[in-house]
Design a protein. Structure first.
Length: 104
């Protein structure tokens, strides 16, 4: 029977420098017992028509820019990484003027 050797490594994104970025300023979150779905949208200033519709329907639709589904076990690591980066950014003075994030 062969012994298993443990190998430690770091995972890094392998992407071309021309990989497009997607901007989103709103995230809707839903879940099942197995995974979380993060739906990223771009909320733009509404048109007058959109405001009238929102007044009656109580909904303002925002275009979906990306939808990411992650397994349940991934979520604690994602939360920890986001908290660490937010702390680091805050310490560097990068949070001046931030509002409470729009996450639902």
């Amino acid at each position: 029977m062969s012994e298993r050797k443990q190998i430690n490594f770091t995972i890094v994104p392998d992407e071309a420098s021309d990989t497009p970025r997607t901007y989103a300023n709103f995230c809707s979150i839903s879940h099942t017992p197995f995974d979380f779905t993060l739906t990223f949208c771009e909320v733009l200033p509404p048109t007058e028509k959109a405001v009238r519709e929102a007044a009656t329907e109580r909904l303002l639709k925002a275009p979906v820019r990306s939808r990411v589904v992650v397994p349940l076990g991934f979520v604690p690591n994602l939360i920890n990484a986001l908290q660490e980066h937010l702390r680091s950014c805050s310490e560097a003075g990068g949070n001046a003027g931030w509002n409470k994030p729009a996450v639902h």
